[in-house]
Design a protein around this ligand. Structure first.
Ligand code: SF4
Length: 306
């Protein structure tokens, strides 16, 4: 058996800096430290911080007046910042700069009075954050190509679109194609909103799919980009699974398989992948592991003042 590790996987620059912000704030100010929403969508990153005194909240009302709060990598709508200021909270914004870029596009399009089609998953924290920067009367949220047919926007209007950063590159391309058919003058953001990390991880899974007969993605159930990786593998016709941790994977699924591809979402720590490799090697001791030099290793985002 051979095990192939996807060449780009695991923490992206946005997640690495959000995790480092919480680490540094814990060191400097100690517990309890409040974080608005899960800092990144990974069960074990969140559990580890909880154990060390981080309190994750879904509402500013849950934070005592004057306390310190960190906003998660997914971004927050502006009313949350306003509320934090009104409550006298000290805050650090760990929003990924690539999400902030989408927020700025939303503000710019709103100022121009464009009807704004926001492509993403309803209820996802990032989409909620971005939607907060769009003028409510101009906002149209869609998830699928079918939703394009339901859009009730006059052809006279200027229409622009934005996307969540962690969508399926292929599916989103299909939605945008359909939008362009419906609105020929459709205005695109200056640079694609789906981020480099999402694109690279999906491309790397497509590479795995060329040679592997099973693909296992490490990632939590609420992680958008991890779920898209499993779908990417499945869409290439390869049996694909997503697991939060190695213990969830049934090694019997490897019976008869010769080449196993492993990848992980942008919020997954490396030890989770290592644990899965160890588990497979325990059952197949002669399995050879192929890994690659990470081409993203020099991408680092600056930290805010903590
Ligand atoms: S997945 Fe992309 S947008 Fe999200 S935190 Fe990582 S780099 Fe930023």
């Amino acid at each position: 058996m051979e095990i192939f590790l996807a060449k780009t996987q695991g923490f992206c620059a946005g997640v690495a800096s959000a995790v480092e912000i919480v680490e540094k704030a814990l060191q400097k100010y100690g517990a309890p430290l409040y974080v608005y929403h899960e800092i990144v969508h990974n069960t074990y990153v969140v559990a580890d911080f909880k154990q060390r005194g981080v309190v994750f909240v879904e509402s500013i009302d849950e934070v005592p007046s004057g306390a310190r709060i960190i906003f998660s990598a997914h971004g927050i709508p502006p009313y949350v910042i306003e509320k934090a200021k009104l409550r006298g909270l000290k805050f650090v914004d760990a929003t990924c700069p690539l999400v902030t870029k989408v927020h700025k596009e939303a503000i710019k399009f709103s100022q121009k009075d464009y009807e704004i089609v926001l492509i993403g998953h309803k209820g996802h924290q990032e989409l909620t954050g971005t939607a907060g920067y769009v003028d409510h009367d101009l906002l149209h949220i869609i998830e699928t190509e079918q939703d394009v047919d339901k859009l009730d926007i006059s052809s006279e209007e200027e229409v622009a679109y934005l996307t969540q950063t962690t969508l399926s590159v292929d599916e989103t391309a299909g939605i945008i194609r359909k939008l362009k058919e419906k609105f020929p003058r459709l205005i695109a953001p200056p640079r694609a909103d789906i981020c480099y990390a999402t694109q690279n991880r999906q491309d790397a899974v497509k590479d795995l799919a060329k040679s592997c007969d099973i693909i296992i993605i490490c990632g939590s159930p609420n992680s958008s980009n991890s779920n898209r990786l499993r779908e990417t593998g499945a869409n290439q016709g390869v049996e694909s699974y997503i697991i939060d941790r190695a213990e969830e994977f049934d090694v019997h699924k490897l019976k008869g398989k010769k080449k196993v591809g492993i990848s992980s979402g942008a919020s997954v720590p490396r030890w989770i992948v290592d644990e899965l490799v160890d588990k497979i090697k325990h059952s197949y001791p002669s399995a050879v592991v192929h890994s690659f030099d990470n081409p993203e290793k020099n991408i680092v985002f600056p930290l805010p003042t903590i």
